[in-house]
Design a protein around this ligand. Structure first.
Ligand SMILES: [Zn+2]
Length: 119
């Protein structure tokens, strides 16, 4: 349904290696094992364009450029002081990758202006 609703869009997915993700709690490992991302990506690719993205530092890089070591749900950048939901920050980084852009403070400010700020 999502592929149909957003036909013509490019959908980016992190090209994750499941084997490297089995390092945490038993519950986490089970959730990773149950997730069938390849099938989801395949189904999305059937009706729309899919791009696999490099997941390296997607959740550590500030969407304005600097790489930090965030902890918790809130991402706080030591370089520029950005405070943003950690998942949203990772999404912004992946979006920049889909568009073939490098993170920068100027680009981040421009995107935030165009999108009307963060929800
Ligand atoms: Zn920053």
């Amino acid at each position: 349904m999502i592929a149909e609703a957003f036909r013509g869009y490019v959908h980016g997915f992190e090209d994750l290696n499941k084997e490297k993700m089995f390092k945490k709690s038993r519950t986490h490992n089970r959730n990773v094992a149950k997730s069938d991302w390849r099938t989801i990506i395949g189904l999305m690719g059937y009706k729309s364009r899919v791009r696999l993205l490099n997941p390296h530092n997607s959740s550590r890089r500030c969407s304005s450029g600097m790489v930090n070591a965030p902890k918790g749900a809130l991402y706080e950048c030591k370089g520029c002081g950005l405070k943003i939901d950690r998942q949203l920050n990772a999404c912004l980084n992946l979006y920049l990758q889909v568009e073939g852009l490098s993170p920068s403070l100027k680009l981040f400010v421009g995107l935030m202006k165009r999108w009307g700020g963060l929800p």
